[in-house]
Design a binder for this molecule. Structure first.
Ligand code: MN
Length: 233
């Protein structure tokens, strides 16, 4: 047994539909721009023939279970919701061919990639890393994982409501890079591991939240994600 100077933080984990056992999380990857209409609202046009997907990461300590209440974070006046399909890996792989990428899939969940938009854009425009805009405490919200080993989701509605009003609505068929394409691409850079989690990007309609707001998202056939924003603390 390793002896530590102080008690280590519990490993990050996710709830799983149909079991009380939790899924241990290894890493959190996020795809930058993966729906044309969202890329356009961010001022960018994506040509898949020449573009490559890009990624950022968040520390797994920022994971938050669906149903949480989270204070509005410091150092932003424009905290945004990004509703996303989340894919969770149950097997590892490196330099995985596209046709074998589905073998790494454990399941899917509904998630929120909460973002300090003002900070992210300020950093982006200076050519700086996005960390302070994205790697926000409590900003990786995730619902229970639906086990679907090896299955590729081709379509399904993805919706986010804020206080009961629809803010984001799209279909997974609109993803620019599919889940297998993302897994194969990421595996060129990383030795992917069980418990690696990929937030697959948000559709159009991102926007600000305020203290008191209730966010309710869902992905058809997969599950829901729920977040309440509290006063700054
Ligand atoms: Mn995102």
């Amino acid at each position: 047994m390793t002896r530590y100077l102080w008690t280590p933080t519990e490993p990050a984990s996710l709830a799983v539909h149909g079991t009380a056992e939790r899924l241990p999380v290894h890493r959190l990857f996020f795809v930058g721009r993966n729906y044309h209409a969202h890329a356009q609202e961010m001022g960018v046009t994506i040509d898949k023939a020449t573009a490559q997907p890009f990624y950022f990461t968040k520390s797994p300590v920022h994971l938050l279970d669906s149903g949480a209440t989270q204070p509005y974070p410091p150092e932003t006046q424009n905290y945004h919701h990004e509703m996303e399909l989340v894919v969770v890996l149950g097997r590892g792989g490196f330099q995985v061919p596209l046709q074998r990428a589905p073998e790494l899939i454990y399941g899917y969940a509904a998630g929120l990639d909460m973002t300090r938009r003002d900070v992210q854009l300020r950093l982006r425009d200076k050519g700086h890393p996005w960390c302070l805009g994205k790697d926000v405490e409590g900003s990786a919200v995730c619902g229970a994982v639906r086990p679907m080993p090896g299955q590729v989701l081709q379509q399904g509605e993805i919706v986010l409501e804020v206080n009961g009003a629809v803010r984001q609505r799209a279909d997974l068929s609109q993803l620019i890079w599919s889940v297998p394409e993302l897994i194969a691409d990421l595996s060129r850079y990383y030795h992917l591991q069980p418990g690696d989690v990929i937030y697959t990007g948000t559709p159009e309609g991102v926007g600000p939240v305020q203290p008191g707001d209730r966010l309710q998202g869902r992905v058809a056939g997969i599950g829901e994600v729920d977040l309440t924003i509290a006063a700054p603390a």
